[in-house]
Design a protein. Structure first.
Lengths: 592, 334
């Protein structure tokens, strides 16, 4: 876990899940496997390290017992009174007498020891009172002579009555075929006379050690050797090592137990009597050879399990992360304003629930937005309607003035007409309840308005209303045409020229097209562009300036959408035409 | 892990797995050992047999590193020995080994020594079993007694009268041998006739006089058995002086040194004995073992002695008797 937490936190969920899964499955399994294996290996080593010294101890005991048996075997000589009698002599009068004794003893040694049941005896020597008796299996040299030394010790060898084991490096005795041997030396004592009879030496072939250690040394690669505490190897399973010195002897941490190096396991035991070290070494690999097969199988299994685990981890991580990713993408779309997102829910887990909740939330938001939008729309419409429904005070003032002048002229009929029309107009505008009215009603109102204006302007104003639809069936928003007419009267008058206002209502498919045109002053192109821009931008309503048409346009757009906006066409000095469209019968539904 | 770490720096690193004890089990040699004192009492001072014993005792003392006091009374009797035992008790010896002149008379003082914590051994001649821890017998008395009778029979052709010169009538070993000599005589040799048993009291001079007396008293005597070491030389000497060498067979229990000349001259035929040196050595060896609390066992191998036998739990038999003849007497120097 070398990566720092910070960066881990920043990883993608998929990666995190993957890493976590690996961390809690593969790593523990790997650790467990490693620990189990190393524990097993070290327990094998401990077991071997325990039983090898035990076996060595037994072998060592057997070797010493065997040597003691050889010592005891030499006691046989006490049972041969004839030999003892010869050994008791110390002077001869004739050479032949001595030779005869030598012959007797040599034959005895040969028949008793060399040709006896003991095959391990290479030779037997007795040095006694300046005589040497011997019998050997093979030739030997540089060892004993009657006149000179017996081995290195010679005549003066003082065993102090002790039995001794001499190693080849402690004697000068050597056999012709360089056969390894040990020499056991036993003082011969005349127990009756309490005198020394001499020393008996028995040279032993090391094959008896072979026989003892062979059962331990069955494993391939194992080596065994017997050495003194100083490291002189008197026996070794590989014969060429015999007689050499174990250079590492001083470094061994124990001579009674076991220890190991990187690739060798050593077991040692020190014998009780002679302090000989029986050592055993075996390559560690040899011990664990059988386990290695199991280890290989385990590793293969581990790899397989890991692969499966990785696939499962990837699938799991993907399974968690994919819906979330999908969710994220959908959220992005929502963020950009597209509420028409689809969640294909895949599961009933937390991610699925999250998707569900999100979808519900989106719908809720969508609903709220729509609701709020509609409320605003209605508010605006209401506001505009309210504004529009008011009778222009200028119009009232001018009308009243006209009435006053007419009264002055005493034209009673006209006055009555005008007051009646005005009354009707006031009622129409006060009856605010219906937002949609029939074309007929709206046209009546326009006609009233134009009639009153006609009284005022007399010949300067003419108007024409052409309705090509059924005015009683089709509905249009209230006060939708009046502002346009009002606008024409306000801007289109050209002094000295009669203004003709034409209102045309036709049906075009599913739409009702209405136009208010005049033959008045018209607009410059710049002005027209300005107007169109105002209509498109739908800027704040300004009561004074183009209030009427903007209001109409606003209401149309609110009610029917942008495509139903007010169209203005105008040419300077020719006139202006304003067109509006409304869908057929839409009013009945929109009226609610 | 340790192996790995150290293994990196040094390929020869050893990791200890199992160790029983230190790498060297050799014990320091110079171990302090209390030197025991062992008091050895012979039947009588200054006769060759007991001098040979003394040689073995001194050899053992040196070899086994013990302190020995070797004493014997001037006259072979219980009284003299009791004085020596008392002295040893006062000296607080660790063990007393005695060749008892009288099994009954010496018992109280030996029991007293035992009570004082001293190991009491009898050798050569026993006391009451209760008075000692161990008895070291040289040979089986039955084997010796019967064998001595046989050697006489061979040399008299199983005919004629014979006399026995025993050491003393109180010494248990002499009595035991005497018993078995007579048993063998009665069992196998009806043509022989035991005329008299005399005691020499282990005094060479007295023995010689006794022998002369026997020769005078029984002119047709065919043989004399000397039942203690002083008997056969005295008999042989008397036979020689009477000019009857070869006519009167002399056999018995005696040492080669005492008998060498008589054997060679033919005035004695066979003497039977064991190695008194070995006996001395074994006595000291066993005394030390007992002080150390080690009991001997049947067929046990004793270094420098050989295999011993046990009869009962408290009697050691050192070995087999040796016959000394004109031919082999030169091999032995005791």
């Amino acid at each position: 876990m070398t990566f720092n937490r910070r960066s881990f936190r920043d990883f993608r969920l998929q990666t995190k899940l993957f890493i976590t899964y690996i961390a809690i499955t593969v790593i523990p399994i790997a650790l467990l496997g490693y620990l189990a294996y190393s524990q097993y290996i070290s327990s094998i080593e401990r077991q071997v390290g325990t039983y090898i010294p035990r076996l060595l101890g037994q072998a060592n005991d057997n070797i010493e017992r065997q040597i003691n048996e050889f010592f005891q075997m030499s006691d046989q000589i006490y049972n041969a009174p004839m030999i003892i009698e010869i050994l008791r002599k110390d002077a001869y009068q004739t050479v032949s007498a001595m030779r005869q004794d030598e012959f007797t003893v040599d034959s005895y040694l040969s028949s008793t020891f060399i040709h006896g049941s003991q095959q391990d005896i290479l030779g037997v020597f007795i040095s006694s009172n300046n005589r040497l008796f011997s019998s050997t299996k093979t030739d030997y040299f540089s060892g004993f002579s009657t006149k000179e030394a017996v081995g290195l010790y010679g005549q003066n060898l003082d065993l102090r009555g002790q039995e001794m084991v001499l190693l080849p490096n402690e004697t000068s005795l050597q056999f012709k075929d360089h056969r390894p041997f040990v020499l056991i030396a036993k003082p011969l004592v005349d127990v009756e006379n309490r005198l020394s009879l001499g020393t008996m030496f028995i040279a032993l072939d090391l094959s008896f050690i072979d026989r003892i250690v062979q059962p331990i040394d069955e494993q391939e690669g194992a080596e065994m050797w017997l050495m003194t505490e100083e490291g002189y190897m008197l026996y070794h399973t590989s014969a060429d090592q015999i007689g050499r010195k174990d250079q590492k002897a001083a470094k061994y941490p124990t001579l009674n137990g076991s220890f190991k190096t990187k690739n060798m396991l050593f077991g040692m035991d020190v014998s009780k009597q002679h302090q000989w070290v029986l050592a055993h070494q075996i390559p560690l690999g040899q011990l664990t050879a059988e386990t290695n097969f199991v280890r290989t199988i385990t590793i293969l299994l581990f790899i397989a399990v890991t692969a499966v685990a990785l696939i499962i981890a990837a699938l799991l991580a993907w399974g968690v992360a994919k819906p979330l990713q999908h969710l994220t993408e959908q959220m992005k779309r929502v963020e950009k304003g597209d509420f028409n997102v689809v969640f294909n829910r895949q599961s009933n887990d937390e991610v699925g629930m999250l998707s569900d909740r999100f979808q519900t939330m989106i719908k809720e938001i969508q609903g709220l937005i729509r609701e709020k939008y509609q409320i605003e729309l209605k508010q605006k419409e209401a506001e505009m309607y309210a504004l529009q429904s008011q009778i222009n005070p200028h119009f009232m003032y001018n009308t009243l003035e006209t009435i006053a002048m007419t009264v002055e002229e005493d034209d009673k009929d006209t006055v009555v007409d005008m007051v009646t029309i005005l009354g009707r107009m006031l009622r129409y505008s006060l009856s605010n309840k219906e937002k949609l009215v029939t074309i007929h009603q709206e046209l009546q109102h326009i006609r009233d308005y134009l009639t009153i204006q006609s009284y005022r302007f007399e010949d300067e104003l003419a108007f024409r209303i052409d309705v090509q639809v059924n005015g009683n069936k089709e509905y249009i928003p209230k006060f939708i045409l009046q502002p346009l007419v009002e606008n024409a009267l306000e801007h289109a008058f050209v002094p000295g020229k009669q203004l003709v206002v034409t209102v045309l209502i036709v049906r075009d498919g599913n739409e009702i097209q209405m136009s208010v045109s005049d033959n008045g002053a018209g607009m410059s192109k710049i002005k027209l562009l300005e107007i169109r821009q105002l209509l498109t931008l739908q800027t704040d309503l300004n009561r004074d300036h183009h209030f009427g048409i903007l209001n109409v346009n606003g209401r149309l757009v609110l009610h029917y959408g942008k495509t139903y906006m007010l169209q203005v066409d105008s040419e300077k000095n020719i006139g202006t035409t304003m067109r509006i469209r409304v869908p057929v019968n839409r009013g009945e539904q929109g009226d609610e | 892990m340790l192996l790995f770490v150290s293994g990196c720096s040094n390929g020869d690193a050893y990791e200890l797995l199992v160790s029983s004890g230190s790498s060297s089990i050799r014990q320091p040699e110079a171990q302090y050992e209390h030197q025991y004192t062992i008091g050895i009492i012979s039947k009588v001072d200054n006769i060759p047999y007991f001098n040979s014993v003394k040689e073995g005792v001194l050899e053992a003392a040196e070899r086994l590193k013990v302190n020995v006091l070797y004493e014997g009374p001037a006259v072979a009797d219980a009284k003299g020995q009791r004085v020596i035992v008392e002295k040893f008790i006062q000296q607080k010896v660790d063990a007393i080994a005695i060749s008892a002149n009288d099994p009954v008379q010496l018992a109280p003082i030996l029991k007293q020594a035992k009570a004082a914590g001293i190991v009491v051994i009898t050798w050569d001649s026993d006391t009451e079993p209760a008075a000692r821890n161990l008895f070291i017998d040289m040979v089986n008395p039955e084997v010796l007694g019967r064998h001595v009778m046989d050697t006489l029979a061979w040399n008299t052709e199983e005919h004629g009268s014979f006399a026995i010169m025993t050491g003393s009538f109180s010494a248990s070993n002499h009595n035991a041998w005497l018993k078995w000599i007579q048993a063998q005589w009665k069992e196998y040799y009806p043509n022989m006739n035991l005329v008299e048993v005399v005691a020499t009291n282990d005094d060479p001079h007295n023995a010689f006089i006794q022998a002369q007396g026997l020769l005078r008293k029984y002119p047709d005597l065919a043989g004399i058995i000397g039942n203690s070491s002083v008997g056969p030389p005295a008999a042989a000497k008397a036979v020689e002086e009477a000019g009857k060498a070869g006519d009167v067979a002399v056999v018995g229990v005696s040492t080669p040194d005492l008998m060498r000349d008589y054997l060679k001259r033919g005035s004695a035929q066979v003497v039977t004995l064991w190695s008194p040196k070995k006996l001395g050595y074994l006595t000291v060896f066993l005394a030390k073992s007992l002080i150390n609390g080690e009991q001997p066992g049947d067929f046990q191998y004793m270094p420098g002695v050989g295999t011993i036998r046990m009869r009962g739990s408290d009697t050691v038999i050192m070995g087999e008797p040796i016959d000394f003849t004109r031919e082999n007497v030169d091999q032995y120097d005791f």
